[in-house]
Design a protein around this ligand. Structure first.
Ligand code: GDP
Length: 295
């Protein structure tokens, strides 16, 4: 994961690691390399600049230059700041409500349906919940079938109304179905388009308003880099979502989305998807991710 970024950061920081003492020039040069590595990884320009400025201020504030192992301290400062940038603490999901309603949003192909299944499976096995999956894509019958396939695979019931073209009604009916049949989590998979359009935004905003979800998650493909951040902004403006799910982190992603999304939309990454299988889901831990990036 993020091999290229890891290599570049390692090279940038390596220069300092060996030094018993370092100068302000060493620090400045290293941070320039760090910034270049972040930009190469598709981190948003403003985020990368703020990041290196903060590390520099902290380094000078902590008298890095006079400590015994300045290189190690610099590595720690970069790691701490990277952790902060990705949200600091692990953000849990809100499982209150009877039932808990979780709404999935995102573009087509982002991994919404797959993640809906993964989350249902995760809650079922790890949190002893009884989830219901809801197919709210009224445009693509294939999408409804896909959710049924996923549901069969993990042994979770899927609610759908193939003849109904009103996603608000389907979602509301599904919640009623959950209440009368003992389901305590309702995961609503919605329709996505290949690009953001007004009709899609209005539709999901209407579903959101009608069902008052405890959690609205925005699902985004990490491989889309800067676009992931722009899409997140657009969805957040309409839905004020609660958290982000970054999918396809197993692919050849440069990591920019993971690093910039929190600072741009100020919403935490809650889960990551690391494969196509139903168990390829992880709770996102900023510190662990920073550790992985910095080796
Ligand atoms: P949706 O249109 O947003 O519902 O997206 P899908 O759930 O249909 O996913 C689109 C494609 O991405 C499918 O081929 C999935 O198998 C694949 N996919 C989803 N999540 C992941 C992931 O975390 N890793 C990888 N490698 N593929 C994924």
């Amino acid at each position: 994961m993020f091999d290229n970024l890891s290599d570049k950061l390692d090279k940038a920081l390596h220069v300092l690691k060996g030094h018993g003492s370092i100068t302000e020039v060493n620090v400045a040069e290293t941070l320039k390399e760090v910034r270049r590595a972040l930009l190469d990884a598709d981190v948003n320009f403003k985020t990368a600049k703020e990041f290196t400025n903060t590390v520099k201020e902290k380094a000078l504030g902590q008298d890095v230059l006079t400590t015994l192992q300045p290189g190690q301290l610099m590595v720690k400062l970069v790691k701490d700041e990277l952790t902060q940038l990705m949200g600091g603490e692990t953000a849990g999901i809100n499982l209150s409500g009877a039932p808990t309603v979780i709404l999935m949003s995102g573009l087509q192909g982002s991994g919404k349906t797959t993640f809906s299944g993964k989350l249902a499976n995760f809650l079922k096995t790890k949190k002893t919940k009884k989830p219901l999956l809801v197919a709210c894509d009224v445009y693509r019958p294939a999408a409804i079938n896909q959710l049924h396939v996923v549901g069969d695979q993990i042994g979770v019931e899927v609610y759908s109304e193939p003849e109904n073209k009103n996603p608000v009604q389907i979602a509301q009916n599904a919640i009623e179905h959950a209440k009368t049949n003992g389901f305590n989590v309702v995961i609503v998979d919605t329709a996505g388009r290949l690009a953001i359009d007004e009709a899609m935004m209005t539709e999901i905003a209407n579903v959101h308003q009608a069902i008052h979800p405890q959690e609205t998650l925005f699902v985004v493909d990490a491989m889309t880099g800067q676009d992931a951040v722009n899409t997140a902004k657009a969805f957040n403006e309409r839905l004020n979502f609660d958290g982000v799910v970054l999918t396809k982190l197993d692919g050849d992603t440069r990591g920019g989305a993971a690093i910039s999304i929190k600072s741009v939309v100020n919403k935490p990454i809650k889960f990551i998807g690391t494969g196509e299988k139903m168990d390829a889901i992880d709770v996102f831990h900023p510190e662990r991710m920073a550790d992985r990036i910095l080796g």
